[in-house]
Ligand binder design. Structure first.
Ligand code: SF4
Length: 351
């Protein structure tokens, strides 16, 4: 983004009204601009043809629209499409389009890079570059919708970055994307995935948004989880599950636990039984994912038989679990992999 120029895409209708009035324009212009930005996904002020030319010029002098240019696009045979977008300052982020029986889902990124350092994740390899603004997260939705020519029905915050590490911008994004005058995606159609920032989950609980909380668990105990996810050293499993329980009880929505299975790391029968002990009786669901191998980290995917056995043992113990269908094989669809494969050739070497 251009330094110092506010990004109008991240403005609420109230803020936009204030900005328009401050420019000496009638308030109703704000509604028109908001519609162009949030519902129609305009990429430039020139597209807003019902605005007087002088107003468009004036907007251009004072504001900008966050650039989000497509830098790469890969289509998987199963229809999943992965996008790499270049932002105004050259940072790149990924978004994924997935088609499910219940509608079109986009997975967006909320940070360029990530500082959480999960051992199995490509996004964390380069650390955190910066937070994305609400407008930059929204711009991914508009760009993908435009490119696919179809409406969006669900949004998952599960791309690059830790959403709760960019709390204010993510909340602003959620409010804008669910706004009836904008993309109008009901808040119950959002899933927010976190690696387990306990205080922020507690704060999110107080927002009463109705979205699905998805927690990357990936281990049944602190020894394995701390090895996979450094965040566990700060907020161990017991604390994490306690706040998840409060979230589920407060919202009457089950918490979704993501569990990526890696061979000989967290996929044993003993791990499954330990997980049952942890989760039994809780309003939750476990998504088992055959872990996407990240060659740089040396993690291998569990075999389909092991995944099935793990799911069976959870079910037998009374914990609801499903194996998530792995979308996007062959297009680097795991978080951070497309960006990484591009960065890999340019900047980094792995021994
Ligand atoms: S898995 Fe998520 S939280 Fe962990 S490093 Fe990757 S992007 Fe960050």
């Amino acid at each position: 983004m251009q330094q110092g120029m506010p990004d109008l895409l991240g403005f609420s209708l109230e803020e936009l009204t204030g900005a328009v009035v401050a420019l000496g324009q009638p308030g109703y212009r704000a509604k028109q601009i908001f519609h162009w930005l949030q519902a129609r996904g305009a990429r430039s002020f020139d597209e807003m043809t019902e605005l007087p030319r002088a107003l468009r010029e004036c907007l251009r002098e004072h504001y900008q629209l966050a650039p989000c240019e497509m830098a790469d696009k890969r289509v998987s045979p199963d229809g999943t499409v992965k996008f790499l977008f270049r932002l105004g300052d050259g940072e790149t982020v990924e978004s994924v389009w997935m088609r499910y029986s219940y509608g079109n889902t986009i997975c967006v990124s909320c940070q360029a890079g990530c500082r959480m350092g999960c051992a199995f994740c490509a996004s964390g390899l380069h650390g955190l570059r910066r937070n994305l603004s609400a407008g930059e997260i929204l711009a991914q939705c508009h760009a993908v919708r435009r490119e696919m020519g179809q409406p969006l029905s669900h949004i998952v915050l599960m791309g690059m970055g830790e959403p709760l590490d960019n709390y204010e911008n993510v909340l602003r994004f959620l409010r804008l994307a669910s706004c009836p005058e904008g993309l109008c995606i009901g808040q119950r159609r959002f899933s927010l995935s976190t690696c387990g920032l306990v205080p922020q989950i507690e704060r999110l609980r107080g927002e009463n948004l109705g979205l699905t909380l998805s927690v990357s668990l990936h281990a049944p105990n602190d020894v394995i989880r701390s090895r996979l996810m450094p965040v566990n050293r700060r907020w161990p499993i017991a604390e994490l599950l306690a706040v998840c329980k409060r979230y589920a009880e407060g919202s009457s929505r089950r918490v979704s636990f993501e569990y990526a299975l890696f061979r000989d790391v967290n996929d044993s029968a003993a791990c499954a039984r330990e997980l049952v002990q942890r989760l039994r009786g809780m309003l939750c669901h476990v998504n088992l994912i055959p872990g996407n191998p990240v060659p740089e980290r040396g993690f291998c995917r569990s075999t389909p038989e092991t995944v099935r056995r793990f799911a069976f043992l959870l079910g037998k113990g009374g914990v609801h679990a499903t194996v998530r269908r792995s979308l996007g094989c062959g297009i680097d669809a795991a978080c951070g992999q497309l960006r990484n494969s591009r960065l890999g050739g340019e900047h980094i070497e792995f021994g």
